[in-house]
Design a protein around this ligand. Structure first.
Ligand code: IDP
Ligand code: MG
Length: 151
């Protein structure tokens, strides 16, 4: 709990299918703050580092290829308990198992095309934010609705 940061990536299928606006709108309306955002054409080196934890698994190479297949939107989100909240908003890894109302549940059909990535814990969030962004790219500001979000 407390204020956290998480790394989120709208994957190539999310960009190609025109879902960027809808996905970002969900985070904005939840009151989650975007502190960094950019489009990235992902290199093999970056893709393999990002998915390094899955090296050796059968889906490693296809997932690296998928993430390099078209630009992605990379962002850093900040807020209370934001790591878990984003995972809840994303839904389960396999869109077939993800509940309706979640991003993967509403928009996806296949585990290998599941639209969005979000860090799964505080250690991976720190690793991924550092991998994708420089310190200068992380902005600091107060949203005007912040005082209305908490008791
Ligand atoms: P997560 O994205 O929900 O954290 P992970 O198990 O960390 O799920 O897997 C990372 C990514 O690898 C998934 O989001 C998906 O793109 C891909 N992936 C995982 N398992 C499979 C699979 O069985 N087939 C195809 N792709 C998979
Ligand atoms: Mg994961």
């Amino acid at each position: 709990m407390g204020v956290e940061r998480t790394f989120v990536m709208i994957k190539p299928d999310g960009v190609q299918r025109g879902l960027v606006g809808d996905i970002i709108t969900r985070f904005e309306r939840k009151g989650i703050k975007i502190i960094a955002m950019k489009m990235v054409s992902v290199s093999k080196e970056l893709a393999e580092k990002h998915y390094g934890i899955h090296k050796g698994k059968p889906f490693f190479a296809p997932t690296v290829k998928y993430i390099m297949s078209s630009p992605v939107v990379a962002m850093v989100l900040e807020g209370n308990n934001v790591i878990g909240m984003v995972r809840t908003m994303m839904g389960k890894t396999n869109p077939q198992d993800a509940r309706m109302g979640t991003i993967r549940g509403d928009f996806g059909q296949f585990i290998g095309r599941n639209i969005i990535h979000g860090s799964d814990g505080s250690d991976t969030a720190a690793f991924e934010i550092n991998l994708w962004f420089t310190a200068e790219e992380l902005t600091r500001y107060t949203r005007i609705d912040e005082k209305w979000l908490s008791e």
